[in-house]
Ligand binder design. Structure first.
Ligand code: FAD
Length: 454
């Protein structure tokens, strides 16, 4: 059955996956992407930038029939390898075994795989076509190619997957205010690289881990790439007192700072000066909108609707979860487009708000608390309760990363569990001081059982 035509703006991670899911459900999809086709032109930047793929994203890829292909190009990460300034590093495993792991995938190769799949499903893809304007009354859009040549295109139903700087969002907002709020984090990031090692072992440091160098108000992380390199990301205040990107304007200043603060990491980055001076400082913000759609004419999805900070590794995962919900709603018999868009916002917006909040909280946890004894005591007691009473306790990180429980549920439940841990640990020196039988009874009396997992 061929359904209506949908015009999709943006062929990034979310746009390409959504295009495939819609085409497989019988929609005629026209996709317009600003950049040239990365499968021909090479992925912009040429650097290895990677992302953590977790269960929610994987589930969407399973729906699209692409999970196995993606995992073949991914590196398993079993836990966090924490590198303190002094002392030895240690692995904090995410789960008890390899069924609870996350995956490092290359943004470029994932995007290209998704574009191949969308094309194979019959999506009509137009590259080098940038959305300039949308006339929502005439149901037309204006596109420009790389030479600036403009053309108009009929677009009765528009979906914007054009990322955090969405042009469709701006056009929709001009037509009818969407209630846009952008909250800058005040911290920026810069990418550096640990190259592959020479010799039999391709990886210079443990490959199956997400590495963190927590330093209080800032941190570095590193994720592995299949070819043996690691993408290192330095997160630091953008402005203000030392250290910030203001006080580390160039590689010379940054190298001196790394020698003091990241002495084990610096020698692993032989092209430090080129990387530091050559790569821009990225900015980080959270985007909130009151409205994600204009009746049945236009809808925003993925980062265009809810860009978040990257500290839970969930932006893409959340966007992928969006795509399945939207494709199912649009394909539902008897539901018109306006109704599907409204229902999409009703279901997804509370979840987007919850993961936005948890991602902000996770920055503090990653850069600070993973080395903090109080945090470790809560983690330890939480792990004991989860083992003794799995029907009543599950770490919030696990709910977010390894289940399909709605983000909003994970946020609320996590808050209630955290309060209970605080209460149980009050007046103690650590988890060993807590009488576990009594703690389990308190837990079961305080909180309802967790939902059954699918
Ligand atoms: P984008 O990936 O931004 O794609 C938008 C597409 O639209 C692009 O291809 C762009 O060229 C195109 N476009 C833009 N404007 C126009 C226009 N006018 N006309 C036509 N096309 C246009 N998420 C995770 O799940 N795990 C992680 O580990 C993770 N790490 C991250 C690390 C960093 C440093 C950052 C910044 C983000 C990270 N994220 C992570 C978040 C993730 O990158 C985003 O959530 C994800 O890329 C969103 O996908 P998208 O398709 O909505 O937007």
């Amino acid at each position: 059955m061929t359904r209506q035509a949908i015009t999709l703006i943006g062929g990034g991670l979310v746009g390409a996956l959504l295009a495939q899911l819609l085409a497989r459900r019988g929609f005629r999809v026209e996709m317009f992407e600003k950049r040239p086709d990365p499968r021909r032109a090479g992925f912009t930047g040429g650097r290895s930038i990677n992302l953590a793929l977790a269960e929610r994203g994987l589930q969407a890829l399973r729906t699209a029939g692409l999970a196995d292909d993606v995992l073949q190009r991914a590196v398993m990460m079993r836990g966090r390898m924490v590198h303190p300034r002094e002392g030895s590093s240690g692995l904090q495993r995410y789960g008890v075994d390899d069924s609870e792991v996350i995956w490092s995938v290359s943004r470029g190769s994932l995007n290209m795989l998704l574009l191949d799949a969308a094309e194979a499903a019959g999506v009509n893809m137009h590259f080098g076509q940038s959305l300039l304007a949308a006339d929502l009354d005439a149901r037309q859009i204006v596109l420009a190619d790389e030479h600036g040549t403009q053309r108009r295109h009929e677009a009765a139903v528009l979906v914007g997957a054009d990322g955090a700087g969405s042009a469709l969002r701006a056009a929709m907002n001009d037509y009818q205010p969407l209630g846009i709020r952008v909250e800058p984090l005040g911290h920026g990031y810069k990418e550096l690289e640990i190259p592959p090692a020479t010799g039999a072992d391709r990886f210079a440091i443990e490959p199956h881990a997400l590495h963190i160098w927590p330093r209080g108000g800032y941190m570095c992380i590193a994720l592995p790439n299949t070819e043996g390199s690691f993408t290192v990301t330095l997160f630091l205040p953008a402005h203000g007192a030392h250290p910030s990107f203001d006080t580390l304007p160039d590689a010379a200043a940054a190298a001196a700072f790394f020698r003091e603060d990241f002495p084990d990491l610096l020698p692993q980055i032989p092209r430090f000066a080129e990387d530091y001076d050559g790569h821009p400082v990225g900015s980080l913000s959270t985007l909130y909108l009151d409205r994600w759609h204009i009746d049945g004419r236009a809808l925003l999805i993925g980062d265009a609707a809810h860009a978040i900070v990257p500290f839970h590794g969930q932006g893409m995962n959340c966007g992928f979860e969006d795509t399945v919900v939207l494709a199912d709603l649009l394909a539902e018999a008897g539901r018109d487009t306006a109704d599907a868009f409204a229902e999409f916002q009703r279901i997804r917006q509370p979840n987007a708000n919850a993961i936005a909040a948890m991602a902000l909280e996770n920055y503090i946890e990653m850069r600070d608390s993973v080395a903090d004894p109080r945090y470790l005591a809560k983690r330890e007691l939480g792990a004991r309760l989860a083992e003794r009473a799995p029907t009543h306790f599950m770490a919030r990180y696990r709910m977010v990363t390894f289940t399909h429980l709605p983000y909003a549920y994970a946020y609320e439940r996590g808050r209630a569990q955290d309060q209970l841990l605080e209460q149980l640990l009050r007046g103690t020196l650590g988890a060993n001081d807590v009488q576990l039988d009594a703690a389990v009874k308190t837990l079961q009396a305080t909180l309802p059982p967790l939902p059954q997992l699918r």
